[in-house]
Design a protein. Structure first.
Length: 289
């Protein structure tokens, strides 16, 4: 059986990078002033950043059923027998459930893995799925293994501005005003299902330290039974200045010098829209055996 691995750009894997990896990545739609664009296809990170910061009306959306079906059909036309589709966590979007419903028309040839991940932790799942496919595992076997390992991941995000959390209804206008005056930087976490509050810290440097401490605690306590050779640490940012992202990655590498697999991705448009510019993130995920 020839099994294709498919994801979407919430994984941080662009369509161009997907081709190099030998997988498929569906561009996520974003709506700017009622015009629809597709992540990494007709709008890049810089243009999206400018749209957010210039006050335009920016919204994210799940892929249309037609776009999902068109990619599945195109993959089968390339000669693949099965597809494993790994969308963003069902706890963060309805796209996983919608895709599962669509897959019922394919008699088991399309398996939608609810991997409970997003962004840099999704990349780990994609790499795992690729390795499983190379070993000759079926789409159903890959889906089951991914879902069994789904919650072995942890993400932390330090938010620089409260404006976008206010827009999304996660903080009140009054709390955002007070927080801005006091230089409060929320640290958020994703543990599979949804975006939750983790801590409120004064100043971005202290927020960065809080994230590193939290991740270190996860590695030493929650994931203590896993060898560090199975760990992937993902560094992420939604920043305009590339040097800021490089400095953050360096800080992570210095703290976790005993973990060999550390990589960087820009935060996906879906995440960036909700947390806003200046956000930094770090995550750990456990790879399949």
């Amino acid at each position: 059986m020839k099994t294709a691995i498919m994801t979407d750009t919430n994984s941080g894997i662009t369509s161009e990078e997907a081709k190099e990896m030998g997988i498929f990545s569906l561009p996520m739609p974003v709506i700017i002033d009622d015009n629809v664009f597709f992540e990494g296809t007709d709008i890049n990170q810089k243009e999206y950043f400018e749209a957010l910061t210039s006050g335009k009306d920016v919204k994210t959306s799940q892929p249309s059923p037609g776009d999902v079906l068109d990619m599945w059909d195109a993959i089968f036309e390339e000669g693949y027998d099965e597809i494993v589709y790994i969308p963003m966590s069902s706890g963060l979007s309805a796209s996983c459930h919608a895709s599962t419903m669509l897959s019922e028309e394919y008699d088991g040839k399309v398996q939608v893995a609810d991997n409970h991940r997003i962004s840099v932790t999704m990349r780990t799942s994609i790499i795992d799925a690729m390795k499983m496919a190379e070993k000759g595992m079926s789409a159903k076997e890959i889906k089951d293994r991914l879902e069994a390992n789904a919650f072995n991941a942890s993400i932390y995000l330090a938010v620089d501005t409260l404006e976008y959390l206010k827009k999304g209804g996660r903080v009140t206008a009054a709390a955002a005003t007070v927080g801005t005056v006091l230089n409060i930087k929320p640290v958020l976490t994703i543990q599979g299902e949804k975006l939750d509050a983790f801590a409120k810290i004064r100043g971005m440097k202290k927020a960065q330290s809080k994230m590193l401490d939290a991740l270190e605690n996860d590695i030493n306590e929650r994931f203590k039974d896993y060898d560090k050779s199975r760990m992937m640490i993902g560094v992420a940012a939604f920043v305009e200045d590339a040097s800021e992202a490089k400095e953050w990655k360096k800080a992570v590498e210095e703290r976790f010098s005993d973990v060999k697999d550390i990589y960087y991705d820009d935060l996906s448009f879906s995440v960036g829209c909700h947390v806003g510019p200046g956000t930094l993130g770090v995550a750990v995920s456990i790879m399949d055996e």
